[in-house]
Structure formats: structure tokens, C-alpha cells
Design a protein around this ligand. Sequence first.
Ligand SMILES: [Zn+2]
Length: 183
Amino acid sequence: MFGGMVSVAWGNRRLTRPNRLAMVDARTQLQVLLDALRARTAVLTRRDDLPSAARREVDAVVMEHVFIDATLARAATADEVDGLRPQLHACLVTLEHAAESVGLNLPATQPFAGLCSIDPQHGAATSSPDGDGLCRACIAAIGTDVELPVRMVAKDGRAVPFDEIDLSSPSHDHSPFDGEGDR
Ligand SMILES: [Zn+2]
């Protein structure tokens, strides 16, 4: 899976090698944040006790997610990809606010909190027997032959577990996540 992402991100031959590496860093990192945003959105849309004002906030995030996703697909440089982080963070802030209305804590500064620790794309975590936050499918896979590979992203050109993303200094200089939270 990681190899696939790399070959897609490396498809642009006009980029020089350091720029290609920066692009892979930026794309794989933004994608996992986008997947976490989508998973949180799904958690909230499933709540039937969501007040209508909060539901409108969640709907707005769904629209914004589509926009960010489309812009990511067209982005040609790492800076363009990183430039989407403030929008993504704003979506997380909106979801945090919507979640408060039903007593749910979804801190924008910890975009992976409450989601599966194998891959946030799996969705909401319940607690596994040894205390890790895992989704139901991952918990069901414990003790079977099914492997649970942790989602990887690129950082400084190397593959690292997704939760090693440094939110205080994203793949490049500018950060919307200034120093708060560590994942
Ligand atoms: Zn999972």
C-alpha cells in the first residue's frame, strides 16, 4: 500500500528528487489527516441526537472535505499540499464544536484521538483487551492470522507510523497546528 502511494506521488517527472521526496511526505501526511477528518465526520453523521445547528456544521465539513480532496488531487508541489492544512484544521475545529453539542470530545489539535490506532481511516475506536484504541474489525482480528499493519506515512523520505506526524511542523515550514497536542 505504501509502495503504491509512493509511485503515484512520484509520477510527476518534472519534480527534482528532493522535491519529489517532499511531495511524498506532504501527500501521505495530508491524506491520513484527511482520512481522520472523514472518519470523525462519519462518527458525527451517525448520531441521531445531533442538534440541527451541529448537523449543518458537519454538512459544511463534508462539502469542504470534497474540496480539499479535489485540490489535493491537482496539487503539483509539496507547498500546495501543505497549503491545505489550515483548511483541514478549520474543519477539525468545526467538528470539535459540533461534537461538543452531544458531549463528545474530538479535539482538533489531536486529529487521531478516538480513532483506530492501526489506521484512523478504520473509524471510531473502542477499547481492545490490552487497552489500545482499536476499531471493531481490528479487535476481531486479534488472535487470528489476519495481520494488522499500522498505517504508514512518509517523513523525511522514510516510512513511519502515521502517528509520528509532527503536527507542530508539518512536512514544511508553515503550521496551522502550532505546538498544541502531539499527534
Ligand atoms: Zn482498525
